[in-house]
Ligand binder design. Structure first.
Ligand code: PBG
Length: 327
């Protein structure tokens, strides 16, 4: 040990020093908290595979929003569970739908809380696919675009600050951009779920959002797990069509994709720490197999270190509490 320069442990000796030289710090402003809004009144229904997560009817959302606000979380991502479903998913643009109702309440009470909405058809179609089907059960691309644009417009009219299309149809960003611009919403940003993989990690979400496909899977529109060059093509196209922010989803198993996207485009990049990633940690922690607080902060810091500017996570409230406790 003749080379004092090589003593890298020197900067690890105290907590203060470690805090001072840390390269990546999770911040409250990085967090987006997903919320499931169900039709009806006086409902707060627990989601089985996601302990701590509930479906709220719009009238019960107040208590949750107050907590989010109090914790200092800057943004929520809204999903809807509508009263009725049909082949076209027409409840998606019902101005009295659960997301639209929630938006009105949210904006009335907490105008500065950013309300992002998930724009997709799978929660609203009776077949559970993310667009319109042809006779063979194939999701038709171009015919689905108009529906997505109607949904996005309905959300923005109800008060959405940002729309986040998650359907993975080609051309949806330009279609939605055009619809918003035509109606004067030129300053409403689009957060594109650009590199969204056909993932087994969405399992618990489909219970939470009631959006499991009635047959087949989503592999004909969501991305194949093995692909990263294709993710860059998806992001490039969405940016060219007018996306203001891009997203990689899921997060932890796809950190290399987050890094490639951030390094290549330098765009505001979101990562979605999805339901299955949440459920795994919750399940292990419930058995005392993992220290939940530690692995939550470790996971979110790793997602940020990979290049995410924003992290959509069911752990947002826990992380906010831990940031306060440790900060
Ligand atoms: C809607 C949508 C899904 C998720 C977000 N938006 C499910 C899917 O594509 O099947 C997954 C989120 C999660 O697992 O937490 N298309």
């Amino acid at each position: 040990m003749n080379f004092p320069d090589l003593r890298l442990r020197r900067l690890r000796t105290t907590e203060t020093l470690r805090n001072m030289v840390r390269e990546t710090n999770l911040r409250l402003d990085d967090l987006i908290y997903p919320l499931f809004v169900i039709f009806g009144r006086d409902k707060k229904i627990p989601v089985n595979a996601m302990p701590g997560i509930f479906q709220f009817s719009p009238d019960r959302l107040g208590e949750e929003l107050a907590e989010i606000k109090e914790l200092g979380i800057p943004a929520v991502l809204l999903f809807g569970l509508p009263e009725y479903k049909d082949a076209r998913g027409s409840s998606a643009w019902d101005d009295n739908g659960p997301v639209q109702e929630a938006l009105k309440r949210c904006k009335d009470t907490y105008p500065e809380l950013l309300a992002v909405t998930d724009v997709c058809m799978c929660e609203y179609t009776d077949h559970g696919h993310c667009g319109l089907l042809d006779a063979q059960g194939y999701v038709m691309n171009d015919a689905s675009l108009e529906l997505l644009a109607r949904e996005a417009l309905s959300h923005v009219r109800a008060g959405a600050d940002i729309v986040a299309p998650s359907d993975m149809m080609d051309g949806r960003i330009s279609e939605i951009r055009r619809a918003l611009d035509e109606h004067g919403f030129i300053n409403t940003p689009i957060m594109a779920y650009s590199a969204k993989y056909a993932s087994g990690f969405y399992g618990p979400f489909r219970e939470a959002a009631g959006s499991a496909p009635a047959f087949g899977d989503r592999k004909a529109y969501q991305m194949d797990t093995g692909n990263v060059n294709e993710a860059l093509r998806e992001v490039r196209l969405d940016i060219a069509e007018g996306a203001d922010m891009v997203m990689v989803k899921p997060a932890l198993p796809y950190l290399d994709v987050i890094k490639a996207v951030k390094d290549t485009f330098g765009y505001p990049t979101a990562a979605y720490n999805v339901s299955g990633e949440y459920a795994m940690i919750k399940a292990a922690a419930a058995r005392n197999w993992l220290d939940e607080e530690r692995v939550v902060m470790e996971s979110l810091t790793c997602i940020k270190r990979a290049g995410a500017d924003m992290i959509i996570t069911y752990f947002a409230k826990d992380a906010a509490r831990l940031l306060r406790k440790n900060g």
